[in-house]
Design a protein around this ligand. Structure first.
Ligand SMILES: [Mg+2]
Length: 376
C-alpha cells in the first residue's frame, strides 16, 4: 500500500520547522492503572508541536511513563533526548536523528512533522489507509491485585461499553482465579489476557497449561522480552491459545523469528515503541505478510497520540480490534475532544493530518513544563 510519504522516516524535500514546542502534561486518571509493571495514578505525557514556515502546525505525542519496562525509555529520558539533541537537529535540518534507545521521543517528533505535512495538502491519515468511520475496540481491564470478583465486575463494566474483545491484565499468582471469575461473568464475549511478561518458563508451566486450555482469543506477552525464543516455541507447540507479543515488539527484527517459527501469531503494533506512525506501518505491513495477526496496541496515549494511532488502526494490515479505547475510560479530562460516539464506538477522525490538536485551555491547565525552540 502506498502511504504518506511512502512510510519513510525521513521524507526528502521538507524544510526545517520554524519552531518546535515541547509540552509536558499531567492529567489525573479516573482510577489507578495496575499491571504487572506498575501502578499509575496520573498520566504524564510529552506533546510535541511542529510549526512550518507556511503556518501549518502538527502535533505528536511521546506516551512514555515515569518508569521504564513498558516503553523503551522513561519520560525523563525522552524529554532529555528531545531537548538536548533531537530538537536542535530537527530545527537545523528538518530531520529526526535515528536513536534506537529513544523510539518514543523520535516517533513523537516524526509524527508531529507528518501531521503538519499532511495538513499542507489537506489529506488525512485515515483516508490514506482506507480506514472506516468507526472501529471495534478491545477494552482493557488493568486491575492486577484486585479480588477476582472485583476484576470480573470491572470486566463486565467494560463489556457494557461495547468492546468487541476484552483484555484482562494478569499475573501468575492470581491468573487462574481471575480467568475463572471473568469467564463466569462475561459468558461468550471474546476474552484475551495480558501477562506483561510476568511468567517464567519452567516456573509457571502448570498455570500456563491451564490458561492455554481456556477459551481465550490470545495470551499476550506471557514471558519477558529477554526470554529466549526456544521457550516461546515450546509454549506455542503445546497448542491451544495463540501467543501474542507486545513488549517484545520493539522492531520487526525483534519478532520476525518468533513469527516465522510459529512461536507467536499475534503482534501488538505500538507506534511510539517502534519509532512513530511510519515505522509502525512498515512493521505491520511486513509482519502481516508473514502471517501474523496484528492490532494497534495502546500505550495509554492522550488524545493526540491516541487519535493518530486510531487512524492507523483502520489500515487493512490490522485484523484484530485495537486496544486503543476512548481516553475517557482512563483520564478525567483529555487535552483533545473525545474520540468516541454516543454508542461507545471508536470514531476514526476524518479531518486532515494525523492527530487531533489540543484544546488550548485544556493544554494550559494540564501543562507542567514547556520548552520552545525557534529557528534563527
Ligand atoms: Mg500488553
Amino acid at each position: 500500500m502506498a502511504g504518506p510519504l511512502s512510510w519513510t522516516d525521513e521524507p526528502d524535500g521538507d524544510e526545517p520547522p520554524v519552531r518546535i514546542g515541547l509540552h509536558r502534561v499531567r492529567i489525573a486518571l479516573v482510577r489507578p492503572h495496575r499491571s504487572a509493571h506498575h501502578t499509575v495514578r496520573d498520566r504524564e505525557s510529552i506533546l510535541v508541536r511542529w510549526e512550518r514556515s507556511d503556518g501549518h502546525v502538527g502535533w505528536g505525542e511521546c506516551p512514555t511513563l515515569v518508569s521504564a519496562g513498558y516503553a523503551t525509555e522513561t519520560t525523563d529520558q525522552a524529554w532529555a533526548a528531545l531537548v538536548d539533541r533531537l530538537l536542535p537537529e530537527a530545527l537545523a535540518s528538518g530531520r529526526v536523528a535515528a536513536d534506537p534507545a529513544r523510539p518514543a521521543a523520535c516517533g513523537a517528533l516524526r509524527d508531529a512533522r507528518l501531521d503538519a505535512r499532511l495538513r499542507v495538502d489537506g489529506v488525512g491519515l485515515g483516508g490514506l489507509v482506507g480506514a472506516p468511520a468507526t472501529l471495534p475496540g478491545t477494552g482493557v481491564v488493568a486491575s492486577v491485585g484486585d479480588d477476582p470478583t472485583d476484576v470480573a465486575a470491572a470486566t463486565l463494566a467494560v463489556v457494557a461499553t461495547g468492546s468487541a474483545v476484552v483484555k484482562v491484565k494478569v499475573v501468575p499468582a492470581t491468573a487462574l482465579e481471575v480467568v475463572d471469575a471473568v469467564l463466569d461473568a462475561v459468558g461468550p464475549v471474546p476474552l484475551a489476557l495480558d501477562a506483561n511478561g510476568s511468567f517464567e518458563p519452567g516456573e509457571h508451566d502448570g498455570i500456563l497449561a491451564r490458561l492455554l486450555a481456556a477459551p481465550l482469543r490470545y495470551l499476550e506477552q506471557p514471558f519477558g522480552p529477554s526470554v529466549p525464543q526456544s521457550a516461546w516455541s515450546e509454549l506455542a507447540a503445546r497448542g491451544g491459545v495463540p501467543l501474542a507479543v507486545d513488549e517484545s515488539a520493539t522492531s520487526v527484527e525483534a519478532v520476525r523469528g518468533l513469527v516465522l517459527d510459529g512461536a507467536c501469531s499475534v503482534v501488538s503494533i505500538k507506534p511510539a515503541r517502534l519509532g512513530g506512525l511510519a515505522a509502525a506501518a512498515r512493521a505491520a505491513s511486513e509482519l502481516s505478510s508473514l502471517g501474523a495477526s496484528c492490532f494497534v496496541g495502546g500505550m495509554f496515549e492522550l488524545g493526540v497520540g491516541r487519535s493518530s494511532a486510531l487512524r492507523l488502526a483502520g489500515a487493512p494490515w490490522f485484523d484484530l480490534p485495537t486496544d486503543l479505547g476512548p481516553s475517557a475510560r482512563y483520564v478525567a479530562l483529555d487535552v483533545t475532544e473525545p474520540v468516541v460516539d454516543d454508542a461507545g464506538r471508536l470514531v476514526v477522525p476524518d479531518g486532515p493530518g494525523c492527530a487531533l490538536h489540543p484544546v488550548p485551555e485544556r493544554l494550559t491547565a494540564a501543562e507542567v513544563e514547556r520548552v520552545e525552540i525557534v529557528r534563527r
